[in-house]
Write a protein that binds this ligand. Structure first.
Ligand code: AP5
Ligand code: MG
Length: 215
């Protein structure tokens, strides 16, 4: 199955995509995770992307399109995938279509997680993760036993730099201006699957499975 996960920052793309990819045994590919790893390693890609990410702006299209084409050329997308966070603009969606047309493949569904701004701000202001093992926490629903310390490995809990309130506000604006138009792009292709993204992660996962007809 070839899937795209769409939705505003904090709508639960990562939470749901990781779980679904495991269940249906396909690759989970998050462009945000790839870029954060590149920033951490100080690679060329990381150096180019960092200032945009810190400000909550999109990294330029050509950089992201090259990144996905590299994955496609390496054969990483050959056995099914969930793209989480790509495409994010109309030029990215068009480039992906052109790439799949050349390869004789395509998208089965674009799953859109629908969550309002108030809930998103609440989720992102509570998000923490372990600087060592990357385990995720969320205050107050999923707090560590000891304040600031990872239950799993004892590592220090930190926030994503782009979860600061001013940056979250900009990420939401950027989503509405630059990414939301691709909802219509996939609606016109009859592959958009809107899913209410509020409730427990289990409830949302069940809605996605039902929508995709996955056991
Ligand atoms: P990216 O990493 O993709 O960030 P994002 O889209 O802003 O979304 P998040 O990862 O913050 O949220 P999510 O939807 O995955 O939600 P999550 O499951 O974590 O991109 C980061 C940056 O990289 C971009 O700003 C841009 O600069 C750059 N970039 C990436 N791709 C790009 C592209 N294609 N083009 C250009 N630039 C690009 O959940 C959020 C929190 O809520 C978690 O703490 C979670 O535990 C909690 N939560 C989840 N579900 C629930 C629930 N049901 N109830 C309560 N809490 C919940
Ligand atoms: Mg994510």
């Amino acid at each position: 199955m070839n899937l795209i996960f769409l939705g505003a920052p904090g709508s639960g793309k990562g939470t749901q995509a990781v779980r679904l990819a495991e269940q249906i045994d396909v690759l989970h590919l998050s462009t945000g995770d790839l870029l954060r790893a590149a920033v951490k390693q100080g690679t060329d890609l990381g150096r180019k992307a960092e200032k945009f990410m810190k400000a909550g702006e999109l990294v330029p299209d050509d950089i992201l399109i090259d990144l996905i084409e590299e994955k496609q050329n390496a054969g990483d997308l050959n056995s099914g995938f969930i793209l989480d966070g790509f495409p994010r603009t109309i030029p990215q969606a068009e480039a992906l279509d052109a790439m799949f047309e050349r390869a004789g493949t395509g998208i089965d569904k674009a799953v859109l997680l629908d969550v309002d701004d108030e809930e998103i701000i609440k989720r992102l202001s509570g998000r923490m993760y372990c600087s060592e093992c990357q385990a995720g926490y969320n205050y107050p629903a999923n707090m560590p036993k000891v304040e600031g310390v990872c239950d799993r490995c004892g590592g220090k809990l930190v926030r994503r730099p782009d979860d600061e309130p001013e940056v979250v506000k900009n990420r939401l604006d950027v989503y509405k201006k630059q990414t939301q138009p691709i909802e219509d792009y996939y609606r016109k292709q009859s592959v958009l699957l809107p899913i209410p993204g509020v409730g427990t992660p289990d409830d949302i996962f069940d809605r996605i499975r039902k929508g995709l007809d996955v056991a």
